[in-house]
Design a protein around this ligand. Structure first.
Ligand code: SF4
Length: 948
């Protein structure tokens, strides 16, 4: 093996590769041998081995304590913020090395990759040199295994290096943007802009042109306050809807001088939008801030103050190494986005995600202008840039939270009512209902209550964090205010006393032992008692979470709820008093203000005010939730009690409240203040089967009434415009649906065997979708080794220690790989081409029969005077349509969609695009069709089942 590529230098260190098909070890002289898992573990204990993705190797060996010299960590140090697929092939591509011929060649590749990376550190053109030497010194102090080996290759700089905090650019204050001009877009200009964007010579698609012209409607002047221009547009896969709406959006923003928000549900679409928006907004060096900005929730971004805490002793051991690598990344990152941005998704998993949450602003502890890094803060920069951007790319939850805060006056100083999203395109609009459902939900849980306690009191142990200025709770954060203002000081003291009544560390253990402490722990103990006593679902035995309706509650429960509510009010009242004192201070003019209230302190107090409002709103919501316990049911809400569990272990206890129709608050919060709103998706409408002669050959028609009801428009008496653009794909020629009828439900052995044979027959390229993690794991455990021995790697969510985004990158990069997963993969995977040839669903994806689902199903039946089953069917059809949508992403794609279901109801078949051939058959017949890769002629006709 050693003499395959003799001219390439390699590092003289042993290297290990382990996969489902075996283990290989290369000796320092380059000779490679296969070895057993036991021998591999022994070898790793004797000497540090080169390896790629140590947690994955550990999981393949079944030895979690494994450690070694991980090439991924070395890559992250030398090339921070650079994309790489973390596989041997991906590593070879990233470093311009030849791909390994087989698994036995991988250890040698690792040695060569290490040598190449070391050599790069000595090259003059190392783009990421700045800061490397200093960070390496810190890494050496934290015992990073690469530090000693790397040190001779990283030259000490001649002058002191800038630390990450010095290197980052500062944002500048800018005058607020004026209102956009009112205008109506010329349809011909929209079509011309679309042509510009699609590029010269691109095939002209009439559907896309009509779609773009229809989208222009939302940019016209609004006729009535509270009545935005609204469009619901369904565009089948392949219509080119992103450019379709970017054409009028870019035209309007450039001519009217306003901001358009495009909101997505998945990160994959955000990435695509970022790419495609470059066609409409070219680099413009005269602009002070970028034309296109990606906005995410605060907890996605690196908080520099948290990073500083971590670098200065807040972290130790492996998390400290992680913090140093994050510091390397931060210095080169485009926007500081740690989740789906340019921080490699695989980096946190190398450290078992320890330290990740503590580096973001997850608990809302930001001190704003009181922070020494305020002017360089990634979050502040994104907020300011978005106020001046032409296009803001965001997600549904962020748009809703942003609109809600603007409405309540709790907005960020830079993004209050004046910059609330006014013209919004909601792409992936079929997810709006679910996004609104979570955004407008209220829940009082043990984990949230303890966060509230910590925010007021700060850490109650003598840990390192306690020394950090920001984490000492409310009294330390507002010490200057307290010493100046007696009323504020009293309010802080009262809030501290009241917060001591909230759950404290160890609350779950105390409740389980029947010894709750304080009124809130007592209440949660009653929630647990009632939930366990009433649960009749199968979830209890299966180890999943359990729930019960919040009705017919007994006397002790109601007493505990009343006492809990009093305790919450006891905390809310002083916080509100404190808020009023802070308002007065902020409002004081220069003459009346105390000497210490300089500009920076004033901004810090504004930040504290903002955080206070957020907390008092939460407490008010919790009190309202408890006030309803035992009272008459409110028809707008569904309340229930839950014990949250994972793998039979309880991890939280909660009282939940959801809107029966979350589009009601969505309408008031998002639609009403907006000027134009478009909701678009490939699957906006349900298509229930209708008799053939009613509508012709298609056998289905879009249910616009349901789509309009789910858009929220009805709550404002809006009548949105409707538009539809059919997919240009020839589904009759490109795809087939195979319903396999001979796999008995509940037989894991048969299910696993079916997956194994389908993957083998297809030669990989399979996306396997499951509705239960337990079944996914069982199937994976039975077939992964055998498939790997045949050269067909199988990856799985919830099994491999790799984040979902990286799993999809790996899958996309290797046409012989297959991927198993659950919900997130059904809708967030964009893998055009050869890598995805077959989608397999293990069964019909029925909705979970939860309390909330039952209530909504009953409401739907009443509203539409329809059978209850119709509600479930529409959900399943939407899920099938989304899963099917993964298969054919371009005109060149071909593929099969398999459902392993003996009794797949015919009424669900209208989920698939018109013209798609559908067959019910046995597994053997399905394998035959896959083997022959037969697709029907392009007749546009469906099979009999589909019409039924
Ligand atoms: S301003 Fe807030 S979020 Fe930004 S770095 Fe400082 S503390 Fe962190």
């Amino acid at each position: 093996m050693a003499d395959v590529m003799p001219e390439i230098p390699s590092l003289r260190l042993p290297a290990l590769h382990a996969s489902h098909s075996g283990c290989w070890l290369a000796a320092p002289d380059g000779s490679t041998r296969g070895l057993s898992r036991g021998e591999a573990i022994m070898a790793s204990a004797e000497t540090p081995l080169l390896m790629l993705n140590a947690p994955l190797v550990a999981s393949r060996l079944g030895y979690p304590e494994l450690s070694g010299l991980d090439l991924l960590e070395l890559f992250a140090f030398i090339h921070p913020a650079r994309f790489m697929v973390p596989t041997p092939k991906g590593l070879a591509h990233a470093l311009n090395l030849p791909e390994p011929d087989g698994e036995a060649d991988v250890p040698l590749l690792l040695s060569r990759a290490a040598a190449a990376l070391f050599a790069h550190c000595e090259a003059d053109d190392w783009a990421e040199r700045e800061g490397a030497w200093s960070v390496l010194q810190s890494l050496a102090r934290h015992g990073w295994p690469w530090a000693g080996l790397l040190a001779p290759h990283v030259k000490r700089p001649e002058k002191a290096e800038r630390w990450v905090f010095a290197k980052l650019p500062e944002w500048e204050e800018r005058a607020p943007r004026p209102q956009p001009a009112q205008m109506v877009l010329d349809p011909d200009a929209v079509a011309d802009r679309l042509e510009e964007l699609t590029g010269e010579g691109a095939e002209r698609r009439e559907g896309q042109r009509d779609y773009a012209r229809a989208a222009a409607h939302v940019f016209g002047p609004r006729r009535e306050r509270g009545q935005p221009n609204m469009l619901l547009a369904e565009a089948g896969t392949g219509v080119g809807k992103t450019l379709g709406y970017l054409a009028p959006a870019s035209l309007w923003s450039q001519q009217a001088g306003g901001t358009v928000w495009v909101s997505t549900f998945t990160k994959a679409l955000q990435r695509q939008l970022r790419r495609e928006s470059r066609r409409a907004w070219h680099e413009d060096p005269t602009r002070e801030t970028p034309a296109v900005v990606v906005r995410k929730g605060r907890d996605n971004y690196l908080c520099l103050l948290n990073l500083e805490d971590a670098l200065q002793g807040g972290f130790s051991g492996r998390p400290a190494v992680f913090a140093q690598l994050v510091a390397r990344w931060a210095a080169f990152s485009e926007d500081g986005d740690m989740v789906g941005g340019d921080l490699p998704g695989w980096l946190p998993t190398l450290f078992r995600r320890r330290g990740l949450a503590a580096l973001t602003d997850r608990r809302g502890e930001c001190v704003y202008a009181g922070c020494p890094h305020f002017r360089k803060c990634f979050i502040e920069r994104a907020a300011r840039h978005s106020a001046h951007a032409d296009l803001v790319i965001a997600n549904h939850a962020l748009v809703m939270v942003h609109a809600a805060r603007a409405q309540s006056g709790n907005g960020h100083r830079e993004e209050g009512a004046a910059t609330r999203p006014a013209r919004i395109v909601f792409d992936e609009g079929h997810h709006l209902f679910d996004a609104a459902d979570s955004t407008f939900a209220a829940q009082l849980s043990g984990s949230e209550a303890i966060e509230m306690r910590r925010w007021v009191l700060g850490p109650e142990t003598g840990s390192g964090k306690a020394k950090s200025g920001r984490r000492r709770g409310l009294s330390a954060r507002l010490a200057d205010v307290a010493s100046y203002d007696e009323a504020a000081s009293k309010a802080i003291a009262d809030a501290r006393d009241a917060a001591a009544l909230l759950p404290a560390d160890g609350w779950l253990g105390r409740i389980n032992e029947g010894q709750p402490l304080g009124p809130l722990e007592d209440l949660l103990a009653h929630v647990r008692r009632v939930t366990h006593s009433r649960d009749e679902s199968a979830s209890n035995e299966a180890g999943y979470g359990i729930e019960t309706e919040a009705v017919e509650l007994d006397g002790p429960f109601l007493e505990a709820a009343a006492t809990g509510r009093d305790a919450l009010a006891r905390l809310r009242q002083p916080l509100m008093r404190l808020g009023a004192r802070l308002d007065a201070l902020i409002a004081s003019d220069k003459e009346d203000a105390p000497d210490w209230l300089d500009g920076q302190t004033r901004q810090r107090i504004e930040g504290a005010r903002h955080a206070l409002s957020w907390r008092t709103d939460t407490l008010t919501g919790w009190e309202a939730l408890l006030a309803r316990m035992g009272g008459p049911a409110d028809p707008d809400f569904v309340d229930w009690l839950a014990v949250e569990r994972a793998e039979a272990r309880e991890f939280d206890i909660a009282i939940h409240r959801r809107w029966l129709d979350p589009m009601k608050p969505f309408a008031v919060t998002v639609l009403e203040p907006a000027h134009g709103v478009m909701q678009t998706s490939a699957t906006l409408c349900d298509r229930s089967p209708v008799p053939k002669d009613a509508i012709g050959d298609e056998g289905r028609e879009p249910d616009w009434a349901r789509a309009v009801a789910r858009s929220g428009a009805g709550h404002l008496d809006l009548h949105p415009k409707l538009a539809e653009a059919a997919s240009p794909f020839d589904y009759a020629a490109q795809a087939e649906v195979l319903i396999v009828t001979d796999i008995p439900r509940g037989n894991i052995g048969a299910l696993a065997a079916a997956y194994g044979r389908l993957i083998e027959q297809s030669g990989g390229g399979v996306l396997g979708l499951f509705t239960a993690i337990r079944r996914l794991r069982a199937v994976h455990a039975r077939i992964a080794d055998r498939l790997a021995r045949g050269g067909l790697p199988l990856y799985a969510q919830h099994v491999d220690p790799i984040d979902t985004g990286t799993l999809v990158d790996i899958f996309r990069d290797d046409p012989r790989a297959s991927l198993l997963g659950t919900d997130a993969l059904r809708d967030g995977v964009d893998v055009p081409g050869e890598s995805l040839r077959l989608v397999v669903m293990e069964q019909v994806p029925w909705p979970k029969p939860s309390i909330l689902h039952r209530a909504r199903r009953a409401a739907h039946a009443a509203q539409f005077e329809a059978p209850r089953q119709q509600f479930d069917d529409a959900i399943v059809r939407a899920r099938l349509a989304q899963a099917f949508g993964r298969l054919i992403r371009s005109r060149g794609d071909r593929g099969h969609f398999v459902v392993l279901s003996a009794a797949f109801p015919s009424r669900l078949l209208s989920a698939f695009p018109a013209g798609t051939p559908i067959h019910r058959l046995t597994l053997d017949e399905a394998l035959q069709r896959l083997g022959s890769r037969v697709f029907c002629e392009s007749t546009g006709q469906n099979t009999e089942e589909q019409k039924g």
